[in-house]
Design a protein. Structure first.
Length: 164
């Protein structure tokens, strides 16, 4: 049995924009594919080139696509004694970027796609992201870290753009 300690760095930006406006801005950069169609096309792809075309057709301007969205805020709203903050967790990524990392560090498959958390708090709307490079740092693999840092830059630019 092996245990590895991983210290995660979290990027967090706060904005006074409305929750709905922030989500709208994020959606401009994250491709909202028809996920059922995406998985059908993925299965039908006969080569890496065909699959890359599927992915490239599904990603948004930030080179990311949305895989899933959770609404943890719905749980908070069930309790009348709780402050009904809005909260959405977006699972987004790019399988081609994940492939580049996982070729060097297979455990990268545990961390990709990434999570973007949008949460309403007393001081504004927070956009939070745990840096992929911090997940992969303990593996000390330079090629995987280079890809992870490039991914971090894409996500951070998207979050900053949505916040401004």
């Amino acid at each position: 049995m092996n245990l590895r300690q991983i210290a995660v760095e979290r990027f967090d930006v706060v904005t006074n924009k409305s929750f709905e406006r922030v989500l709208c801005e994020l959606e401009k950069g994250i491709g909202p594919p028809d996920i059922t169609r995406y998985f059908q096309q993925k299965a039908a792809a006969q080569s890496m080139e065909e699959y890359a075309a599927v992915v490239n057709g599904a990603v948004g301007t930030a080179d990311l696509m949305e895989f899933m969205r959770f609404d943890p805020g719905a749980v908070l709203r069930k309790d009348p004694a709780s402050k009904a903050f809005k909260m959405v967790r977006i699972i987004a990524g790019n399988p081609l970027i994940m492939k580049q990392m996982a070729e060097h560090v297979p455990d990268a498959g545990s961390y990709a796609p990434v999570t973007i958390l949008v949460s309403e708090r007393k001081d504004g709307i927070h956009l939070s992201y745990d840096l992929m490079s911090s997940y992969l740092a303990p593996y000390q693999n330079a090629p995987a870290l280079e890809v992870a840092r490039a991914l971090d830059e894409k996500v951070i630019r998207l979050l900053e753009k949505a916040a401004n």
